[in-house]
Design a protein around this ligand. Structure first.
Ligand SMILES: *Cc1c(COP(=O)(O)O)cnc(C)c1O
Length: 396
């Protein structure tokens, strides 16, 4: 029999399992085997699978209207933008279909902001090692990962990358050519690393002093994932000028957004930017439903509480496997166990035991479960990871 996967461009390497349905924090195969999902479609399924409020929002909208394009008003998008702006630093929202497109919109807005003030030479975007901003040409240049740039032509001008945590390099890099400093408050792909809160505050101050904008990529760490609605809210006086969101905001429906202040966003006028699908009625119906659940103080308090259970569990794992684990990393429900070797075999062993987890750079086993997990789910996951680590032998 031919391989059913042969016509899929093999840029991914999925395991054998194929899931037929999802229920809360579980994914179930056609054969009925159930898995505890602690990666949640890579921090996307923020409310788990088949959440009733999301299913009904999507079904209701599907029966009314799917798409009109941005030639016409989308009232549900106007409502969602209003809610987002009421609750965050932002005054304006551009809806996209993905995180990468939110990143593109952010970079374009930052450059246009300085251009419109007559400062055409301020187009440099300063980023950090370990960054991940998506896979478009702009986003791979911002991300700076040589593996993702290789073979795709010359590196684009206007991106400067400095070492994560190198304050002197940062100080030297932010000049009168800098349009913006661009950073994930908690890096996802790059190893689940949280930028210390005082560094975010410091970054805001530095950008203000030098006339640069501050852009956060909260595509992975935002939307309740760390226990605040947005991860930078943990830090004092650290609001950005521009913020990219996606993943968790759609709970599995593909959409993202670029949020800006009034002063920054005003430069994007008719004709400056656009998207055929961005913010279409289906996406906005789901987006409002997700927002109404997650942007709620009690919901976020529960995320912080269960994050404590996760942190305790992972600490106990680290303590009982000092020969295999270097430490626990991340924040809230975007967290990881830093291993002493490549995490793939541990990820596979977890799956064999019915637990789905991810991996990230720096040998990290990554967890990004639905925000709706219970203490019971956490205990089960911790038990499986503990067994998988016990069975694992690091090859020399
Ligand atoms: C996933 C991710 C992106 C890209 O989002 P897509 O929806 O895959 O385009 C950008 N930035 C961060 C931090 C991400 O985690």
């Amino acid at each position: 029999m031919s391989d059913p996967r042969q016509h899929i461009m093999p840029v991914y390497r999925p395991p054998e399992e194929a899931f037929e349905r999802g229920e809360g924090v579980r994914l179930i195969t056609e054969e009925g085997k159930s898995y505890l999902d602690f990666i949640g479609g890579i921090a996307v399924s923020s409310l788990g699978h088949s959440h009733p409020a999301l299913v009904s929002a999507l079904k209701d909208q599907a029966e009314k209207l799917w798409h009109t394009s941005n030639m016409f008003r989308v009232p549900a998008g106007e409502q969602l933008a209003e809610k987002m702006c009421a609750r965050t630093f932002a005054d304006r929202v551009f809806f996209t279909n993905s995180g990468t497109e939110a990143v593109e919109a952010a970079i374009k807005t930052a450059r246009k902001y300085h251009w419109s003030k007559g400062d055409e030479d301020r187009f440099e975007i300063v980023t950090f090692t370990g960054a991940f901003h998506g896979r478009s040409l702009g986003a791979i240049n911002a991300g700076g990962n040589p593996k993702y740039l290789e073979g795709f032509g010359p590196a684009l001008p206007g991106f400067t990358q400095i070492e994560w945590g190198d304050h002197d390099a940062l100080d030297a890099a932010v000049t009168n050519k800098t349009a913006a400093v661009f950073v994930e408050p908690v890096q996802g792909e790059g190893g689940v690393r949280a930028m210390p809160e005082q560094c975010l505050t410091g970054l805001r101050k530095l950008c203000d002093e030098r006339g640069a904008l501050l852009i956060y990529d909260e595509v992975q760490c935002g939307m309740g994932r760390t226990g605040q609605l947005f991860a930078h809210e943990w830090a004092e006086n650290a609001a950005p000028d521009i913020m990219c969101v996606a993943k968790g905001v759609g709970g599995g429906f593909p959409f993202g957004a670029c949020l800006t202040t009034e002063e920054t966003g005003v430069v994007m006028q008719p004709g400056s930017h656009g998207s055929t699908y961005g913010g279409n009625p289906l996406a906005m119906a789901v987006g409002n439903a997700v927002w109404d659940i997650i942007a709620d103080d009690d919901f976020l308090a529960q995320v912080r509480r269960v994050s404590g259970t996760v942190a305790q569990g992972l600490k106990s794992i680290a303590d009982s496997h000092p020969d295999k684990v270097d430490g626990v990393t991340g924040k809230g429900l975007l967290t990881g166990i830093q291993l002493k070797a490549l995490p793939k075999p541990v990820q596979n062993a977890c799956r064999e035991h019915g637990l789905l987890v991810g991996v990230a750079g720096n040998n990290v086993l990554r967890l990004a479960p639905p925000l709706t997990i219970s203490d019971e789910d956490v205990r089960e996951a911790v038990g499986v990871i503990d067994s998988a680590l016990s069975e694992w032998t690091i090859e020399e």
